[in-house]
Design a binder for this molecule. Structure first.
Ligand code: PXP
Length: 238
């Protein structure tokens, strides 16, 4: 069974746009699970642009909620992760100036730091994942680093599909990586920029067992949730 992880960062983006407390990320987390999500993802960025420490504290305290925390491999973030003990941690690269996570980790450059972070998380019984580019060499390095899972960055194929460009080469590359990762006993996840169309395409790769999707789910929820909210207001205003 393929699993769906719902990233609720952008519930916090909308909340923060007003600097008040609505909408509430933990309510979104509870609802997403209630409606069938297999896990909730939150990314505690170093600049706290969406999810903040209080959100993490509250959401990680919800009993039995499968939580996937995304963090950069820094000492501060590692300390926070070990303190809050999410079920899963996905280590991602982070640049302050980026709008979103633009690519996978540079595993060669950050080898030592990543090994240390993964070791500490493994010792704390937190399942680890590395956000990687679709590269066979990176999958090989990821395995050596001791991670349990890899999440393949799907930004490139998503952009090609959205622009109606030929995505076959990228699809084959992702498939090769997924097959190779599975052969190394790594769990294979996919994420970034996914919508209905790209998810349908990637679903053909049986080795991918988890999909982590954020922006599109929150965007669609706003568009299609309008009906219910407007009806409620019309009732009030009758
Ligand atoms: N997976 C990882 C590791 C991410 O960092 C992100 C957010 O950039 C996502 C999945 C979700 O991406 P999106 O919001 O584009 O669906």
């Amino acid at each position: 069974m393929r699993k769906l992880g719902v990233n609720i960062d952008h519930i916090a983006t909308v909340r923060n746009a007003r600097g008040e407390d609505h909408p509430i990320p933990y309510v979104a987390a509870l609802n997403a699970i209630k409606f069938g999500a297999n896990s909730i993802t939150i990314h505690l960025r170093e600049d706290r642009r969406h999810i903040n420490d209080q959100d993490l504290k509250i959401i990680s305290g919800i009993p039995k909620l499968p939580l996937n925390l995304e963090i950069a491999a820094t000492a501060k973030m590692l300390k926070i992760a070990i303190k809050h003990k999410p079920n899963f941690v996905c280590i991602v690269p982070e640049k302050r100036e980026e709008i979103t996570t633009e690519g996978g980790l540079n595993l060669k450059k950050n080898n030592k730091k990543l090994k240390h972070t993964i070791n500490r998380l493994n010792n704390s019984k937190i399942r680890t994942s590395l956000f990687v580019n679709a590269s066979l060499n990176d999958i090989k390095i990821a395995k050596k680093l001791g991670t349990k899972c890899v999440e393949i960055h799907t930004g490139k194929i998503s952009n090609l599909v959205k622009k109606n460009k030929n995505y076959q080469k990228e699809f084959k590359k992702i498939k090769k990586c997924a097959v190779y990762a599975e052969s190394l006993a790594l769990e294979v996840h996919a994420g970034h920029g996914l919508d209905y169309k790209t998810t349908k395409i990637l679903k053909k790769i049986n080795q991918i067992t988890e999909y982590n999707i954020g922006h599109f789910i929150i965007g669609e929820s706003i568009q299609f949730g309008l009906k219910k909210v407007i009806k409620t207001f019309k009732k009030i205003l009758k």
